[in-house]
Ligand binder design. Structure first.
Ligand code: NAP
Length: 304
C-alpha cells in the first residue's frame, strides 16, 4: 500500500485527501488549523500533529496550501518536508504558486534526495469532491509515471506538460482564461438583467451554443442567485493574476484583457471582498452599472 502524506486540508485539500482514502491509500494529513484534520480522520485517514510526523513514512507527499511562501515554509526548515521525508520519496506540490518558485523548490527537493513534481489543478471545489480535476504536471517523465496512480485518485485529465515549473506556467494560463471568462459572464448577466429578460432561460440557451463553458455551467446560477460563498476565493484569484501578469511581463507578452480583470479582482480584494467566490466579480460589474445587487443580496461577506 502506498502511504500518502497530505498537507493543507482546506477547500481543495480536504476532499482530495478523502478521495485518496477512498481509492485505498493510507493517508496521513496535516493542516495548520488542527480542526480541519477531523474530517480526514472521519473519512478513514490519520491525523498528524506536524509536517514532520505526516511525511516521515510517506512514499508520496502532497501539499495543497495557498501560496508560494506557504509552500516554501512547509518544505524548508528543520521540520519541513525536505528535512523529514524519506530519501527517494515523491513530493508533489498541487498548490498554485509562481513557476520560478516551483523550479527553486524542485531544485531544493532534489538536493534533499526527493523526486519533485509541480502538479496544480483546475476544476474547483466540485472537481475536488468529484475527483475529476484537471492536473497539469511539471517534472521528470519517470516521476510523473510513478505519481500517476495517486493523481488518478483525485483527477481525470492528467497531463505531463514539461520540466519543473511547467505545470505552474500552464496553471497561470488557466487562471487567465477563467478570470476573463467569469468577468464577461458577469457583464452578460448584468446586461440581461437590465433588459428584464428571463435570465435563467437565457443562460440555458447560451450554454448550448458557442458561448457555453464550464464557467457558465458552474458559476451562472451563483450569479443569478447572488450566492458568492467560496468555492475559489477572490483573494486566491488575485494571487494567481499577480503570477500571470508578472510572468507575461517577463516573457514580453501582452495580456490586455487579463490585466484589466486583474485590476477589477484587485479592487474587490482591496475593499474587503477577498473572501467571496470569484463569481463575486458580478458585484463590481453591477455597481459600475449603478445597479447594486437588485435587492437579491444573499451573499455572506467574509474576510480576505
Ligand atoms: P484554502 O481553503 O485556504 O486551503 C488551504 C489550506 O492550507 C488551509 O486549510 C490552510 O490552513 C492550510 N495551510 C496554509 N498554510 C499551511 C501550513 N504552513 N501548513 C499546513 N497547512 C497550511 O485554499 P484552497 O481553495 O483549498 O486552495 C489551495 C490551493 O489550491 C491554492 O494554491 C489555490 O490557488 C489552489 N486552487 C484552488 C481551487 C479552488 O477552487 N478552491 C481550484 C484550483 C486550485 P488554515 O485552516 O490554517 O488556513
Amino acid at each position: 500500500m502506498t502511504t500518502v502524506a497530505f498537507i493543507g486540508l482546506g477547500i481543495m485539500g480536504g476532499p482530495m485527501a478523502a478521495n485518496l482514502v477512498k481509492a485505498g491509500f493510507e493517508v496521513a494529513g496535516y493542516n495548520r488549523s488542527p480542526d480541519k484534520v477531523a474530517a480526514l480522520v472521519d473519512a478513514g485517514g490519520r491525523g498528524a500533529d506536524s509536517v514532520a510526523e505526516a511525511v516521515r513514512d510517506a512514499d508520496v507527499i502532497i501539499t495543497m496550501v495557498p501560496d508560494s511562501p506557504d509552500v516554501e515554509a512547509v518544505t524548508g526548515g528543520d521540520d519541513g518536508v525536505f528535512a523529514s521525508a524519506r530519501s527517494g520519496a515523491l513530493y508533489v506540490d498541487m498548490s498554485t504558486i509562481r513557476p520560478d518558485v516551483a523550479v527553486r523548490v524542485a531544485e531544493a527537493g532534489r538536493k534533499a534526495g526527493l523526486r519533485v513534481l509541480d502538479a496544480p489543478v483546475s476544476g474547483g471545489e466540485a472537481g475536488a469532491i468529484e475527483a475529476s480535476l484537471s492536473i497539469m504536471v511539471g517534472g521528470e517523465p519517470g516521476d510523473f509515471e510513478d505519481a500517476r496512480p495517486v493523481l488518478e485518485a483525485v483527477g481525470k485529465t492528467i497531463v505531463h506538460v514539461g520540466p519543473a515549473g511547467s505545470g505552474q506556467t500552464v496553471k497561470a494560463a488557466n487562471q487567465l482564461i477563467v478570470a476573463v471568462n467569469i468577468e464577461v459572464l458577469a457583464e452578460a448577466v448584468v446586461f440581461l438583467e437590465a433588459y428584464g429578460v428571463d435570465t435563467k432561460a437565457a443562460l440555458e440557451v447560451l450554454g448550448g451554443g458557442l458561448a457555453g463553458s464550464t464557467v457558465l455551467n458552474r458559476k451562472g446560477t451563483n450569479m443569478l442567485d447572488r450566492q458568492f460563498k467560496p468555492g475559489f476565493r477572490l483573494a486566491l484569484h488575485h494571487k494567481d493574476l499577480g503570477i500571470v501578469t508578472s510572468a507575461a511581463r517577463e516573457a514580453g507578452v501582452a495580456i490586455p484583457l487579463g490585466a484589466v480583470v486583474a485590476q477589477l479582482v484587485g479592487a474587490l480584494v482591496a475593499r474587503g471582498d477577498g473572501g467571496l467566490d470569484h463569481s463575486g466579480l458580478l458585484k463590481l460589474v453591477a455597481e459600475l452599472s449603478g445597479r447594486g445587487l437588485s435587492g437579491r443580496d444573499t451573499e455572506t461577506k467574509e474576510e480576505s
